[in-house]
Design a protein around this ligand. Sequence first.
Ligand code: NAP
Length: 235
Amino acid sequence: MSKTALVTGASRGIGLETTRRFILNHDDITTVVMFARDSEDFDTNVAELEKELPIGRKLVPYKVDVGDRATLKKAVKRAYDEVGNIDILVNNAGYTNPVPLQQVKMADFEKTMEVNVYAPFTIIKALLNRGNTFDLIVNIASTAGINGRSGWLTYSASKAAVINMSQVMREELSIYGTRVVCLSPGRTATALRKTLAPDEDPTTIMQPEHVAQVISTLSSSVGKFIDSENIVVRQ
Ligand SMILES: NC(=O)c1ccc[n+]([C@@H]2O[C@H](COP(=O)([O-])OP(=O)(O)OC[C@H]3O[C@@H](n4cnc5c(N)ncnc54)[C@H](OP(=O)(O)O)[C@@H]3O)[C@@H](O)[C@H]2O)c1
């Protein structure tokens, strides 16, 4: 089997580790399309991964801001034209700017929704409308979407929306043989977590490769036996 995956937020953290697992340790995935914004981190991490690539495996990096809907639609179209059907989609890119609710700026709330909710929806809709058939869609939410957290209003609200949106997608897309899984990590040692909990020691919490391992299992031949609407991954 030769499958193609698309991972958003693939420049670092959970998205980078998922890409690494997919391209180096997965039996079926031979191509991974990586979406992230232009950054030194992205260039460096792609170059590092390229050095380890087994023969016959391919990375296709795209520099795209998923929060810019028009650009995102164009990137999805280009990616589909370049690699063909996306079998596995991991909607992982995430944004947060935690502040007390009196200080929430509407523009920032809108940006949070654009990156965390509208971008996954836009990618899925754009691909479906081009005739793409997914085997698996993994939408990354958060435990903060199950229970709202003080100071995290915009982030918690966006992740609650991801959980609910995934339930609808799961029902609507099952007739095409598509599995839709929402995965909600708890605290994981990444840059985003540092923004949410600046004083925490990252060595004491879950690492991004742990979450990536769960995503990889979901995408493997045994993944179809994991039947849950919202999988919580936490320490
Ligand atoms: N870490 C945790 O404790 C935790 C817990 C629950 C859920 N999550 C979720 O896990 C997912 C991955 O986050 P992470 O923890 O791995 O954080 P991270 O290391 O900070 O990675 C976030 C990723 O999202 C990308 N991203 C952010 N805004 C983007 C935009 N506008 N366009 C394109 N890419 C964008 C970043 O890429 P660039 O900035 O390079 O473009 C980066 O690759 C997020 O959805 C997050 O909400 C994390």
